[in-house]
Design a protein around this ligand. Structure first.
Ligand SMILES: C[S@@+](CC[C@H](N)C(=O)[O-])C[C@H]1O[C@@H](n2cnc3c(N)ncnc32)[C@H](O)[C@@H]1O
Length: 237
C-alpha cells in the first residue's frame, strides 16, 4: 500500500457483508471518513452492506445520486462529491469510498477516480464482483479453457445484443431493469432461453433465482443479471 494514500476506492462485494476482503475491511475500519453513493431519497445499499463493519463514529460523506435504473447521474454530482472528498483530504483525513462489488467493474467510482487521481494518491481495492457472485450463487461455472465470456449491458439495442451474444460462449447480461422484455425477445430469437438463468440481488437476504423460461416478470430490479451459457468447453467435456 502506498504510504501517501489518503483516498481508497473500496470494493465491498455484491451484498453479503462477509464477502468483503480482509484488506478492504482493515481500510474501512481505519478510515477517518467513509464516503458512499446514496439515492436522492432512500437508503444507501452500499452503506447497508458495509454497516456491520462500521463503528458508527466515522464521519460520512453522502454522494447523493439520482440512481434511477440505468440513468447516469449528472456529472455535477461527482464534481460535488470529489470536492467534499478533496476537502477532507486537505484537512488531513483519510477517505474510504464504498463501492458495491468491484470499483472498476462498471462502478460509478471511476467518475470520482477521474476527478481525484491527478491531485491525490487514490488506491483501488478490488472487490468480489456481481459477476463472480451470480455465477457462484447460480452454481454455474463461467468459462473453461478457450471459452469467451462477454459482459453485455441490457441497455444496448437488440441487434447489437444479438451479435454480442452469438460471439460469446457465455454472456452475463447486466443492467437488466426495464430492458427485460427486449432481452427475453433476443434470447428467444437465438434459441437461448433454455440456457439462460436469471438472478436478482445475488448474496443479499432477498436473493431470487428463476430459470428465464419461468420468468413472467416484465421488468427486473436494479440488482439483477442473466447468465447465458450457450455453448463452450465447459459444456463439451
Ligand atoms: C453499475 S453496475 C455495478 C457493478 C458492480 N460494480 C460489480 O462489481 O458488480 C450494476 C449492475 O451490476 C449487476 N449487479 C450488481 N450487484 C448485483 C447483485 N448483487 N446481484 C445481481 N446483479 C448485480 C446488476 O446487473 C446491476 O444492474
Amino acid at each position: 500500500m502506498n504510504e501517501d494514500t489518503k483516498i481508497w476506492g473500496l470494493g465491498i462485494g455484491p451484498g453479503d457483508p462477509e464477502l468483503i476482503t480482509l484488506k478492504a475491511l482493515k481500510i474501512l475500519q481505519a478510515a477517518d471518513v467513509v464516503a458512499y453513493p446514496a439515492p436522492a431519497n432512500g437508503d444507501s445499499l452500499v452503506r447497508a452492506i458495509a454497516a456491520p463493519h462500521m463503528s458508527g463514529s466515522q464521519e460520512e460523506i453522502i454522494i447523493s445520486t439520482p440512481m434511477v435504473t440505468e440513468r447516469y447521474p449528472a456529472q455535477d454530482v461527482y464534481d460535488k462529491g470529489a470536492a467534499e472528498i478533496s476537502a477532507a483530504v486537505e484537512a488531513g483525513k483519510s477517505v474510504a469510498v464504498l463501492c458495491e462489488g468491484d470499483p472498476f467493474f462498471y462502478g460509478s467510482f471511476m467518475y470520482l477516480f477521474a476527478r481525484l487521481s491527478e491531485s491525490y494518491s487514490v488506491q483501488v481495492v478490488p472487490g468480489v464482483s456481481s459477476l463472480s457472485a451470480c455465477s457462484a450463487e447460480l452454481a454455474l461455472p463461467l468459462a473453461a479453457r478457450n471459452d469467451v465470456v462477454s459482459v453485455i449491458p441490457g441497455t444496448i439495442d437488440a441487434d447489437e445484443m444479438e451479435r454480442q451474444l452469438l460471439a460469446a460462449n457465455t454472456a452475463a447480461i447486466i443492467k437488466v431493469g426495464r430492458h427485460l422484455g427486449k432481452i427475453k425477445a433476443v434470447l428467444e430469437k437465438i434459441g437461448a432461453t433454455e440456457k439462460s438463468h436469471y438472478i436478482e440481488r445475488a448474496t443479499m437476504e432477498n436473493q431470487r433465482i428463476v430459470a428465464l423460461s419461468d420468468l413472467d416478470d416484465e421488468s427486473a430490479p436494479y440488482f439483477s443479471m442473466i447468465i447465458v451459457r450457450r455453448n463452450g468447453e465447459i459444456l463439451d467435456q
